[in-house]
Design a protein around this ligand. Sequence first.
Ligand SMILES: [Fe+2]
Length: 249
Amino acid sequence: MSGYFDLHCHYVPGVDDGVRSLEDSLALLRALRGLGFETVVATPHMRPALWDNRAAPLRAAFEGVREAVETARAGGDSLPAIELSAEHFLDEVVYGRLLKGEGLPYRAGRSMLVEFAYESLPVNLPARFFDLRMKRLRPVVAHPERYEAFWKKPVAAAETMRRAGGVLLLDVAALVGKYGRKAMDCAQTLLEAGAYYAACTDSHAPSDVPVMGEALTRLRALTDEDEVDRLFRRGPREILEGRIFDDFD
Ligand SMILES: [Fe+2]
């Protein structure tokens, strides 16, 4: 299979806990291409106090990757198309930046990847999502299966998130236990309930890719080829192109 999109990947070197060098950036992209990914979106962390990346330096760092990719392609390397967005940690600071247009949304400028602390979701999350939606920005929730608030009643938590206007992005490696038993069980329950809008790899290094291969095999065993196509091709494309419509749009 091919033509997949990966909406969440850390291959901009030296800006967060992702790859450390351009060589590893190319190695990661090459390996994902080998799994069928034809477009891989870079989503470096934008997370104050930990990796406080702003949009402009991330754009500059991404240009370095783009040049390396173009040079490698000219030499015959098979690499996916690349795009830049960010993984926005939705605290007060980053939320403020998003409202001011200082975030890095996906391609069409209508949706962006968001994450929270694993232990507890922000109490004002529905209000923040509402404000973002009023700005015509759709929150795409990274790895919901890792949040403790999802573990007890995954489907109810997913419904709360959906009502607030967020769409859920499965980290496929959760299906093979990369993040522990609770995240794995939660991911499987949400998958069976059809709660995910799309899936991704959230890869941080070339060494992550064999696990992603196992995870894709597991996903195919749990669902069917049409569902894999929805999660890795149709859903991501709608997110990138800003084609998720509802009452706000
Ligand atoms: Fe991530």
